[in-house]
Design a protein. Structure first.
Length: 366
């Protein structure tokens, strides 16, 4: 039997009774939208992160877009974004009519850092949108200080970092707002699309609640423009079940990452992720680098080990964003050629992590 990169059926079976009870509770209630399950999850998620408000929305892209919109970001504004990330971060900026400006990652962490952001600031820059990529904090304390000094809005893209911490403080608590995706494969995932924005700002929270619901707090009273982007009752109920296990699942990921780091240390031609002092990543992905990635991926596949590439191109190498990237080869181009995500997550045991490590070591051995 092979080793799957992700197995949502296994995750469902771990808490099947809880998920089934949540489903029955919602079905019996007759409430499907903006009901008690959503309110309960929003309160629990905000408490877990130490924030005043969590506002459930339809997906992670909507979370980013709505956060930018209620913050007043619009046409002509420049937003600094990572070059090496999922395309949603850039799409949200463009959906506001704003201009994405690429920042290259800090070598080793894959995330952007404050030094790189400082070098990219221009007179048109209004906001910074750091992504805590792969579950690793993106230099958030220094980023917060830089944004405060330069008068810039900081919105965290924490779609891959549910529960991560930096210098003892929860990621998602450094920016004015932070945005989350609950796509099924996330550390805190729904069984469909879902997302949330968290903030301590009462006015922004109220603006988000209205904007996600056609610009309305009360039916047929539309005081502002809005969209239809609401986290439904079923997804909220299931997310509450998964939230109760989030810390335990993250601990499993940390133990698996520690085993990889121990077993793969010193493997020729293999670069391992680095963890800065004071960071507590949640290892949404365990990403290694090799100039011989294709050969390594093929060797693992022969053993039934599934791997993925996050991400195969910098965002500015996709046609919609070709005008926003440099002509020459960049660090993000090199990462796109070399990164490989190894299996990690609560569907796996340490014996399977060892099997993956054995396969990598055997491939790398002369």
């Amino acid at each position: 039997m092979g080793i799957a990169f992700l197995d949502l059926q296994a995750i469902y079976r771990q808490d099947q009774a809880g998920y089934d009870a949540a489903y029955r509770r919602v079905m019996d209630s007759g409430r499907w939208i903006l009901g008690p399950e959503l309110l309960a999850f929003e309160q629990s998620f905000a408490t877990h992160l130490g924030r005043r408000h969590a506002i459930g929305v339809g997906n992670g892209l909507d979370a980013l877009t709505l956060a930018l919109q209620v913050s007043g970001i619009g046409p002509g504004d420049e937003v600094l974004v990572p070059a090496h990330t999922f395309i949603a971060t850039w799409l949200a900026v463009r959906q506001c009519g704003a201009i994405p400006r690429a920042v290259e990652p800090a070598d080793g962490s894959y995330c952007i850092d404050a030094a790189g952001v400082a070098a990219a600031i221009s007179p048109a820059t209004r906001a910074v949108l750091p992504v805590h990529l792969y579950g690793q904090p993106a230099d958030p304390s220094a980023m917060r200080a830089l944004c405060a000094e330069r008068g810039l809005l900081m919105i965290e893209d924490a779609a891959q970092a549910h529960g991560a911490r930096h210098q003892g403080e929860a990621v998602g608590g450094f920016g004015r707002l932070a945005c989350y995706s609950f796509y099924p494969g996330k550390n805190l995932g729904a069984f469909g699309d879902a997302g949330a924005v968290v903030t301590d700002d009462d006015a922004l929270a109220e603006a988000l609640r209205a904007r996600r619901n056609y610009g309305s707090h009360t039916r047929y009273a539309h005081d502002s423009e809005g969209v239809n982007s609401r986290l439904d009752e079923l997804q909220a109920a299931w997310l509450s079940v998964r939230l109760a296990r989030l810390d335990a699942h993250n601990a499993q990921r940390s133990a698996q990452a520690a085993r990889y780091l121990e077993r793969l240390a010193g493997v020729p031609g293999l670069a391992l992720p680095q963890v800065p002092e004071g960071d507590e990543p949640v290892w949404h992905l365990f990403v290694v680098r090799s100039a011989q990635r294709a050969a390594m991926q093929a060797a693992l596949a022969q053993r039934g080990i599934e791997t993925l590439i996050h991400y195969p191109r910098p965002v500015y190498r996709y046609p919609p964003f070709a005008d926003f990237g440099p002509a020459g080869r960049t660090l993000s181009d090199r990462l796109a050629d070399e990164v490989l995500s190894l299996p990690i997550g609560p569907h796996l045991g340490l014996e399977q992590i060892d099997a993956v490590a054995d396969a990598v070591i055997e491939w790398a051995s002369p």
